[in-house]
Design a binder for this molecule. Structure first.
Ligand code: HAM
Length: 417
């Protein structure tokens, strides 16, 4: 019986890999320019790491984690996001002491047991960035400038930055209470999930997608009216800096994030092109997270971008698949042997060279060269070999010339490098 892949977990096939490589290339180019260093952490962590940082009551922890017991009866979880793991690693290796590195980025798969649909998967890739140790609003602005620049670099235009501030442990309880008071007599209008959220996580009611909940929240109090002086000043400065640096944004006081660790600035990059899964990137400040995980009292801020959503936006084959440098078309045993040695020599020098080993006709070999988008084809027939010559075809120009096989490797290396 045929075994198929797991629902919501996708293969990324060779024909679509170019756009992934392009995105990964742009991440390194842009993030390195902004002073970020890559970190790679395991996909498995102790379950407690996520329940403590993301929050027991969140959808992610309460419904969506891939959790299991290993053979030693330890509860482990496939990471549903990267921030918690990166903070765990930062604390464990005392990166604030052992190195001056405080800007980290990562690219890798995350796992959430969600209902799969276009743009929402059970294994999905994130590009994430975290800045640790600075609570200056300049850092918030710089991160958003980098995000804005990244989207420009990859050529995605239909994207809008929305920002909000959800306050801090000093001011948020006052807002929470105001929201509870407001929603108290509207519980019958809210969906079942929101009735549960009302008890545990009332801010999440604000971004419920159910129509009735949206209507019930229409006149809900705005979090921005409840910010303490520090949070308010911080948010004003972030907006001022974005304006000064001409980064377009709008303020969305309804934006609450689905993870509990956020404080102050939160943001999302949304698009009108992807239907319900409209967030291409999201993030915010998490000033209490590191301490709550047993680390030093250091603030942090970061974001993560959903790579599948970028690929959907760009189109799978938007980045032209690059062709090979040269195809060696050989006819007859001796030519195949000669070409094979030449092939290995070229490949060792980093030239993308290919040949056919199956003794097909010249026509069939040229078809294969065409498919491989070869820049040149070197045709080596028996007669030509006798004259120590070959035909070199320039596939772009359509021209052909006779070349000597004397020093052919260095001749081709000069031509192709
Ligand atoms: P998040 O909002 O849960 O935040 O996810 C960030 C982005 O990952 C989303 O905007 C979306 O593009 C993508 N994403 C999330 N779930 C899925 C899914 N099931 N399928 C496809 N794409 C998905 C975080 O994960 C935070 N760790 C971000 C962060 C970093 N905050 C501070 N630092």
């Amino acid at each position: 019986m045929k075994i198929s892949g797991i629902k919501g977990m996708n293969d990324i096939l060779p024909e679509e890999i170019e756009v992934w490589h392009f995105l990964e290339h742009c991440v390194r180019e842009v993030f390195h320019a902004f002073g970020f260093k890559e970190i790679r952490v395991p996909v498995l962590e102790k379950t407690e790491l996520f329940s403590r940082s993301i929050g027991e009551e969140t959808d992610i922890v309460s419904k969506e984690m891939y959790t299991f017991f290993d053979k030693s009866d330890h509860s482990l979880t496939l990471r549903p996001e990267g921030t918690a793991s990166v903070m765990r690693s930062f604390i464990e290796h005392q990166l604030h002491k052992t190195s001056q590195i405080s800007k980290l980025y990562y690219v890798g798969p995350m796992f959430r047991y969600e209902r799969p649909q276009k743009g929402r998967y059970r294994q999905f890739y994130q590009i994430g960035a975290e800045v640790i140790g600075e609570d200056n609003p300049l850092v918030d602005a710089q991160l958003l400038i980098m995000l804005d620049h990244f989207f420009k670099r990859i050529g995605i235009e239909d994207v809008q930055l929305q920002v909000n501030s959800i306050g801090c442990p000093e001011c948020r309880p006052r807002y929470r209470q105001a929201l509870l008071d407001f929603l108290g007599d509207k519980l019958e209008l809210l969906c079942g999930d929101c009735n549960r959220r009302y008890q545990n996580n009332p801010l999440r009611v604000l971004d419920c997608k159910v129509e009735g909940c949206g209507k019930a929240c229409q006149d809900a109090p705005s979090v921005l009216d409840y910010l303490c002086e520090g949070c308010s000043r911080h948010f004003d400065t972030v907006q001022q800096l974005l304006n000064d640096l001409k980064v377009p944004f709008s303020v969305n006081p309804r934006m609450v994030r689905g993870l509990d660790y956020y404080t102050k600035t939160t943001f999302e990059m949304v698009t009108g092109s992807l239907g319900a899964q409209n967030a291409l990137a999201a993030g915010g400040r998490y000033d209490g997270l590191i301490e709550s995980l047993g680390g030093p009292s250091l603030p942090g801020i970061g974001f993560a971008i959903g790579m599948e959503r970028l690929v959907l936006m760009k189109g799978r084959d938007s980045v032209l698949a690059s062709g090979i440098d040269i195809f060696l078309a050989a006819l007859g045993e001796k030519s195949v042997e000669k070409s094979f040695f030449l092939l290995s020599g070229l490949q060792k020098h980093g030239i993308q060279a290919e040949m056919d080993f199956s003794g097909k006709s010249l026509k069939a070999q040229l078809r294969r060269a065409d498919k491989a988008k070869a820049r040149y084809v070197l045709i080596l027939g028996e007669d030509e070999l006798g004259r120590n010559q070959a035909q070199l075809k320039d596939m772009e120009k359509g021209s052909q010339e006779t070349v000597s096989l004397e020093n052919i490797e260095s001749f081709l290396l000069d031509l192709l490098s």
